[in-house]
Design a protein around this ligand. Structure first.
Ligand SMILES: Nc1ncnc2c1ncn2[C@@H]1O[C@H](COP(=O)(O)OP(=O)(O)OP(=O)(O)O)[C@@H](O)[C@H]1O
Length: 269
């Protein structure tokens, strides 16, 4: 069902209006309203099955809502060629990562994003592209792995390569699905520091980072959205949203949240 009074904001990066996703009798997302502006960096949190990945799929233009509307870069999904939108969106997710061939050189995994293919195959890439790919790998702490094959990397190293790949096309919207999952403590802290520096860079794109854990939110994130069973529990400025009360409601248990510097920590009470 169309939402008749939906005014697309041409300046917004992403708009969801009453966005609902239904599969059979299950509501994956229920009437979600959400706007992401150019200079915002969002953390999306919620327990398993809350609908976080579904939200990212809408944001990546890889799924349409069953009802309600989605606009990306001021263009309504359904009225725009998604193949024109997708190169403007950088996505790092486990589903995408599974499609990366283990035998590919790391630098090629990154550089091939600019050609919308996974793996280098036989394309000849320009020196500038290769230089950009190497610089991105260095920025995320894996520059020295550029000439290894992807299959030989640890899980944490692969995550960093995936982020570099997502940034290769210089996207206007960066979507990160659990970037710190599977990392050891040192690796996680190093990645969060790098993502935090990236998030405060004025040149960085709008960001949406999905996670289960408040500890995995890098510094520099400006906003947060909490989901539970497909519905928004709270959204807005990160300090207003990540309260003990809101987190407890989203995760369905009594939690206490502490903020230290620009990081958040939660535990059950
Ligand atoms: N095609 C489908 N048919 C029925 N249910 C589905 C379908 N796809 C997803 N779901 C269900 O929708 C819910 C939301 O899924 P989603 O992957 O968006 O959650 P999530 O918050 O990303 O979860 P997680 O943190 O576990 O990755 C889950 O309960 C999932 O089992």
């Amino acid at each position: 069902m169309a939402v008749p009074d939906f005014d697309v904001d041409p300046d917004a990066v992403l708009q969801l209006r009453q966005a609902t996703v239904r599969r059979g009798s299950k509501l994956l997302l229920d009437s979600v309203d959400w706007t992401v502006e150019e200079d915002e960096r969002w953390a999306v949190l919620g327990p398993n099955g809350a609908g976080k990945t579904t939200m990212l799929q809408l944001a990546a233009a890889t799924m349409h809502p069953t009802s309600g509307q989605v606009a990306i870069f001021g263009e309504r999904l359904g009225a725009v060629d998604v193949f024109e939108l997708r190169p403007r969106i950088g996505l790092s997710s486990a589903a995408l990562a599974q499609r990366i061939p283990g035998g590919e050189l790391v630098v090629d995994v990154v550089v091939s994003a600019g050609y919308a293919v996974i793996g280098r195959w036989r394309e000849a890439y320009g020196r500038l592209d290769v230089g950009r790919a190497r610089a991105l790998l260095t920025r995320f702490g894996v520059g020295e792995l550029a000439d290894r094959t992807y299959g030989t990397l640890s899980e944490g190293e692969r995550k960093r390569v995936q982020i570099a790949r997502a940034l290769m096309t210089d996207p206007e919207l960066l979507l990160l699905d659990e970037p710190a999952a599977g990392m050891d403590l040192g690796g996680r802290e190093d990645l969060l520091r790098r993502l935090g520096m990236f998030a405060v860079d004025a040149e960085a794109p709008a960001m949406i980072l999905v996670t289960h854990h408040v500890e995995e939110i890098p510094p520099g994130m400006t906003h947060a959205l909490l989901l539970r069973a497909g519905r928004v529990v709270s959204q807005g400025l990160i300090g207003d949203v990540l309260t003990s009360e809101n987190l407890s409601e989203a995760f369905g248990l009594t939690l206490t949240v502490e903020r230290e510097a620009a990081r958040f920590f939660a535990r059950a009470v």
